[in-house]
Design a protein. Sequence first.
Length: 148
Amino acid sequence: MSRTIHPKVDVEIDTESILVRRFDDANTSRAIHGLVRALVSNMVVGVSQGFFKSLEITGVGYRVNVQNNVLNLSLGYSHPVEFAMPQGITATLERQNVIRLEGIENELLGETAARIRALRACEPYKGKGVRYVDERVFRKVGKAGGKK
């Protein structure tokens, strides 16, 4: 993997370690230093272990199929939604309504998961929609049916 580095920091690659140095102690330099360090760390972890995110589809009649790295989603619309996975991201079904996305680029993986979730975000009244497996949906109380 490769990445362009901001000119306020310098990256030295050794045989055993990677060192990120900043040239001054300005607030922006310190912030960029932390960002570049995290991005380089994500690159190393992505190449060595990989990243994954799981999405859960909840709702009556909501289904998902994976064919040739294209998600075919039935999300309650009048038409099925086809979502082509970007290059470098693979999708598999863990269970009937749980999608596992895997890839080596953490940014691309998160963006792809967010775009799939945005197709039908989880709504707060019945909890139907697409959500991350570890996401907690705050449920709202519906209409109270007033007495007169």
